[in-house]
Write a protein that binds this ligand. Structure first.
Ligand code: ATR
Length: 289
């Protein structure tokens, strides 16, 4: 927080401004989450949501920063555009080819980061006590959602990481980009027959419309868990699939949402908020309709 001198010479508090840009944006929980983080950590800031169609992205971001905005979150369908916009990028953003967090640096340049993968891994490890090291992991989907989580997952040294996708070539190509960072392969859904995984992550956009990719019986190992990157007020189709297939835990992406926000907050403010209470609050709100 800086201090501005007002018209009459009085000292006025100047509030740092942040926002989330997306299209559509009406259901976003980000302003709420960041408001709670700000109160919890005693930081004075403003965080708003703006509906920004892709074709207006560049001008909207430029205007926001010119008018003194300090940082932005970018959500669908703007993450690739944000990647292009950023002057400098973190390594994890480079690898994911998508940026969900923009931060103005002291020299005026704009740093692009991607906190989605870190958010997912933190939710799995810290909140759900699901260790990724030495286990067999399957990611369904090979789009932007999948790409953003691969490097942070491989850092945890799973035994294997398989990317399965409807369009097989996309899965094979995506896996090839990460060769050398771990044991990772790409395939189609048919190739999953007779395979078993300890953790299955759903990163297809099919989830948003309540659809599921075709998954063979027995795909989930005994005591395995499921995680849908998407979330909603109702159980997603994939979370239901996990429950029907006796998953130890069948989770949706609400925790990941809060954790990626906490990571963005840390980038902007240099302070790490507590996430557990926020996740519990959002969870109880949706359970109560
Ligand atoms: P995102 O950035 O959200 O990942 P995307 O890049 O459009 O969005 O990728 C969407 C992913 O969901 C892709 O893996 C897509 O499969 P294809 O590459 O074959 O298109 C997958 N997907 C979308 N609808 C699907 C469906 N009905 N069944 C299976 N996979 C689906």
């Amino acid at each position: 927080m800086g201090i501005m001198v007002g018209e009459k010479g009085a000292m006025m508090a100047h509030i740092d401004r942040y926002a989330v840009f997306g299209h559509p944006i009406n259901h976003t929980k980000s302003p709420r989450i960041h408001q709670i983080f700000a109160e919890q950590t005693g930081q004075a800031l403003e965080y708003t949501a703006q509906d920004v169609p892709a074709e207006q992205f560049e001008s909207a971001v430029a205007r926001f920063f010119t008018e003194g905005g300090k940082g932005l979150n970018c959500t669908l369908p703007l993450k690739e555009l944000a990647w292009n916009y950023a002057t400098n990028k973190t390594e994890r953003a480079q690898l994911s080819k998508a940026v969900n967090t923009l931060a103005v640096q002291p020299d005026g340049s704009v740093l692009g980061d991607n906190t989605d993968g870190k958010g997912l891994v933190t939710d799995l490890l810290a909140n759900h006590k699901i260790s990724l090291s030495g286990i067999r992991i399957l990611i369904l989907g090979a789009g932007g959602g999948a790409r953003g989580i691969i490097a942070p997952i491989l850092e945890q040294c799973p035994k294997t990481l398989v990317i399965a996708n409807r369009t097989v070539e996309k899965a094979v190509k995506l896996a090839a980009e990460f060769h050398g960072k771990g044991f990772i392969t790409g395939c189609g859904f048919e190739a999953l027959e007779y395979q078993q995984f300890d953790l299955i992550l759903n990163a297809t956009s099919a989830s948003l419309s309540g659809k599921l990719p075709p998954l063979p019986i027995g795909l989930l190992a005994t005591n395995g868990s499921c995680y849908d990157l998407a979330y909603g007020n109702e159980l997603t189709a994939f979370v239901r699939w996990g429950i029907e297939n006796q998953a130890l835990k069948s989770l949706d992406g609400l925790g990941m949402l809060v954790e990626q926000a906490a990571e963005a907050f840390f980038i902007w403010r240099g302070i790490r908020p507590e996430t557990q209470a926020v996740i519990e609050l959002l969870n109880s709100e949706r359970q109560n309709g």
